[in-house]
Design a protein around this ligand. Structure first.
Ligand code: TYM
Length: 335
């Protein structure tokens, strides 16, 4: 039997998850669990790269496990685990920091965006070295594909550079070359209050959170910023608000943006269009929230994470051992 390819991805439990996380990543994950050997984790160590309240972090971590399952991940098929439960992530990170360079790390958009707002003296090393740990996450599992939203593709590209560099240096295929996969529709959902900016967990204004009350979701969509005019057309440059809403509608309807545009041909009232978008989002998020609550109440989260950690550690430790040997660390029988 031919071995299945591997898929790996994760979400960082920093803020409340948004509709952007849902469309760009969460809802995509289940598409991989039948045809790939799939690993989906919570990037909790990554959450420490910016100050975070410990109680929020812990609760949010549990929430995301419940979201994974509510989004259709089956723990029998997909290995669901915490990054901090598999020590190989930290160990491989310690090795890989030597193979990515300060120059390339300082050019990462996410680092530039986040550090720009901070005082230079207070930027943690972890924020700077973020993509190294992310590369360790991917490479430990020999992932062939990495389903992510558009904002993470630059980090996956850097990981690819590292694979090339590392394999070249040791003249063998130590690491598998990963590839980022972004959804065809919705790889970058924009903020409802400022559609020229990405919807993000750290920005509560106008963003839809997966835990928002359904009435609030409707209100936020009905008051989303749009341009003047009355045509429902996809034109991100001149009509960023309408284009973003069309994208959300198309993604959740599993149709293309062009098909969505066609559905609203002749509609001249933004209010009517917005109501259709709100209905679509609520139709999806309502049952999702229900499943999420059931999973939290089931008390099964810890069991799922223990089993996930066991399965993930087995694979990760195998890769770590191979890397250690490759670079010349003395791996002996007791290990
Ligand atoms: P994070 O937690 O910021 O985001 C989780 C996923 O959601 C996607 N996403 C979006 N997609 C569409 N529109 C948006 N507005 C939007 N906002 C976020 C992200 O692209 C991401 O796929 N570094 C990662 C976590 C991580 C990881 C990894 C991912 C750590 N190690 C290894 C893949 C492989 C992150 O911070 O994602």
């Amino acid at each position: 039997m031919e071995e299945k390819k591997r898929a790996l991805s994760g979400i960082k439990p920093t803020g409340n998850l948004t509709l952007g996380n849902y469309i760009g990543a969460l809802r995509e994950f289940k598409k991989f669990q039948d045809d790939y050997e799939s690993f989906i984790f919570i990037a909790d160590l990554h959450a420490l790269t910016l100050p975070i309240d410990p109680i929020f972090l812990k609760n949010n971590t549990k929430d995301i496990v419940a979201f994974y399952i509510a989004a259709g991940l089956d723990p029998e098929k997909t290995t669901i685990f915490l990054q901090s439960d598999v020590s190989a992530h930290s160990e491989l990170n310690t090795i890989l920091v030597n193979y990515l360079y300060m120059g390339e790390l300082s050019r990462m958009t996410q680092f530039k965006d986040k550090s720009q707002k901070m005082n230079n003296e207070a930027i943690g090393l972890g924020l700077f070295a973020y993509p190294v740990l992310m590369a360790a996450d991917i490479l430990l599992y020999n992932a062939d594909v990495v389903p992510v939203g558009e904002d993470q593709t630059q980090h996956v590209e850097l990981c690819r550079d590292l694979v090339h560099r590392f394999n070249q240096r040791y003249q063998k295929e130590v690491f598998v070359m990963p590839k980022a996969i972004t959804p065809k529709v919705g790889a970058r959902i924009m903020s409802l209050s400022d559609p020229t900016r990405k919807m993000s967990k750290s920005d509560p204004k106008g963003d839809i959170f997966l835990k928002d009350d359904l009435n609030i979701i409707r209100k936020k969509i009905m008051s989303a910023v749009t341009d003047t005019g009355n045509e429902i057309k996809y034109d991100p440059e001149n009509k960023p608000g309408i284009s973003n809403l069309l994208t959300i509608y198309a993604a959740l309807s599993n149709i293309t943006v062009e098909q969505a545009e066609k559905q609203f041909e002749g509609c001249t009232q933004y209010g009517v269009f917005k109501k259709a978008v709100a209905d679509k989002v609520i139709e999806e998020i309502g049952p999702f929230q229900q499943r999420y609550k059931e999973i939290l109440a089931s008390g099964k989260i810890d069991e799922i994470l223990s089993e996930g950690a066991r399965r993930a550690s087995y694979i990760a430790n195998k890769t770590l051992r191979k890397v250690k040997k490759t670079v010349g660390l003395y791996v002996h029988d007791s290990k």
